[in-house]
Design a protein around this ligand. Sequence first.
Ligand SMILES: O=C([O-])CC(=O)C(=O)O
Ligand SMILES: [Mg+2]
Length: 288
Amino acid sequence: MAFRKRREALRSILSGSTCIRPGSVYDVASIRIAEDLGFELGMFGGSVASLAVLGDPDIALITLTEFAEQIRRMSRASALPVLVDADHGYGNALNVRRTVQEVEAAGAAGLTIEDTLLPQAFGQAKTQLISLEEGVGKMKAALDGRSDPSLVILGRTGAVSITSLDDAIARARAYEAVGVDGLFFTGIKSRGELEALSAATTLPIVLGGAPEEMTALDYLASQRVRIALQGHAPFAAATQAVYETLKALREGTSPKNLKGIASSELTGRVMREAETKARSGEFLGLKK
Ligand SMILES: O=C([O-])CC(=O)C(=O)O
Ligand SMILES: [Mg+2]
C-alpha cells in the first residue's frame, strides 16, 4: 500500500467518531502479526525503539538514523499504517524539521513531536519541558518539514503531570493554533483532566496511557480521543518468551520439547512464505 494510503487511513481514524487501540509494534515480525490480527494501526513507541534497536532505556540515546531505519524496515514489511513516537525530534526545531523529512521518507503514517526537554539536563532528575514558545517553534518546523501533506503530525505534551493542567491547556491550544493534525497527551490521571483538555481544544486526541477509570472506549470517544495506547506488552511478552526458551535450552531441554514456540504455520505467515513461493514459481521457474 502506498504510503499516502496508509496516511489517509490514519487520518480517517482521527476524523472518525470512535476510539481505537493501536497494536504496539517494534520490528518486522511484530508489525506483520499486528496487521494479520486486524489492527487498524501500529504504534512504534520511542521506548520500544530504544529497546529493540539499542537494548537501552528510553532516555533519548537512539539516533534519528537508527529510528528511521527501523521504521523503514517495518514499512517495507507491512502495509499497516504506523504512528511513530519521534520523541522531541532529536534536537531543536531545525532538527525536528529534519526528523519529519526522514520519518516521512521511511514510510510512517504519522509522528508525534513532544515538548519534553530531552536529553535530560545536567543535574536535573525530574522531567522538564521546553518553553511553550520553543514548543510552538518545533510544531511549526515539523509542519514545514512535511512534503506529503497527508503525513499526520501530532503535537504532544505531558505538561499535565509535569507543570499544570492550565499549562497543558495553553500548550495544546498553541499547538492547535499553528496547525498540527492532532494532540497527543500523556500523564493524564483523571477524567476531569481529560475533559478539561478536550473542552479547551478541537483537534482529535491521542492518549498515551490512562488510569483504569478511563479505559472505556465509548467514554474516550466522547472526549474526542480517537487512539488510546495500551503500553508495549508485545515487547515484554517477546522478552519473556526468549528468556524462557534460552533458559530451557541452557538447562538441557531438547528443542522439540520446548513450550510456547511458534508453529511452522505462524512462522510461515510472519515471513510471508506463501507470497515468496508464488514469486518463486513465477520468476524462478520453481513449482508452486
Ligand atoms: O509512544 C508511546 O507508546 C509511549 C511512549 O512515549 C513510549 O513508549 O516511548
Ligand atoms: Mg516515548
